[in-house]
Design a protein around this ligand. Sequence first.
Ligand code: IPM
Ligand code: MN
Length: 371
Amino acid sequence: MKKNIAVINGDGIGPEVTRQAIKVLDSIAEQFGHEFTYQHCLMGAVAIDATGNPLPDETISTCLESDAILFGAIGHPKYDNDPTAKVRPEQGLLKLRKSLQLFANIRPVNTYPALHHLSPLKSKNLESVDFVIFRELTGGIYFGKKETSEEGNRAIDECSYTRPEIERVAHLAFKYAQQRRKILTLVDKANVLETSRLWRKVVQEIAPQYSDVKVDFLFVDNAAMQIIVNPKQFDVILTENMFGDIISDEASVITGSLGLLPSASVGNTVALFEPIHGSYPQAAGKDIANPLGSILSAAMMLDHFGLTKEASLVREAVNWTLTNGFVTKDIDPVNFYFTSTIGELISDYAGDRIHDKVNKSNIEIRKSTII
Ligand code: IPM
Ligand code: MN
């Protein structure tokens, strides 16, 4: 299979984690006889520095011509701490989502026994946690009318949703639930918000088309609590843009590290794959960031191409590193391995270059000695 992948490294740790995902994809290509080519393009703070624009037109056209997009991370502290900045890196990502009509963001959350000790939750609450958040990605308060009054003392962010915007992501979530444990939970704030009442109405109307799926409704404040108290109860969570942003970061800590979670954004054009973590500027260039979120996003990309065997092999390789203690600093602050070492190990595993017992002492050489 030949695939042309647009790569947007973005900011902070974006380039180094994306590099590992590409190593793994290359290994898979070699092992299974595929051909993946990459077109690098700019977005975010790096794009502002180079062109003044967080999303150059060229990036949009390269993405539209590609079969999939692999994206790293976005954001830079120099903009975070300047609320008056007119141009911000994040505008690039939001515009890309809108331009490519990536209306559904799919964020799977599952736990790894090897990492249970890192989770703030007790082990017994972690076994068999396996759910997926379907976050609406191109509507709601993120894209509503924004205004700050002239004297700067009043600001507005409007939240609006239309029926078709809700329907298209809801259908995807229902179909996904049908392939899984057949429970769909709509997370909203229908006791307060008009938009949430519309979400409930539309989801209730669609539900009979998916009669094998059990539908639950939860207010977002309660959902935030339930994700911590009893995460096992969830199968597919469907929610609007901002609630999805917040609860997915919350859900990620259950797994042990925010650095582990991948995501896929799909819609009417080409799909985009990215870890859910941010640009982590403190770690940029240090080779210490966790590349698993990016590598698992590449696995989601392989699934999207229909390459399910290849995707499973990548997940198996990730599991293998975790169970053998080959982990980055976020997971083990003392005995940790570098970002690039983890990338190499996973790509070696995927390329069948790890035979019998891995020679741990060779890998030890690449282990950090910084304590
Ligand atoms: C995410 C990020 C983005 C969002 C930011 C960087 C605009 O937090 O993908 O979750 O809020 O959607
Ligand atoms: Mn977020």
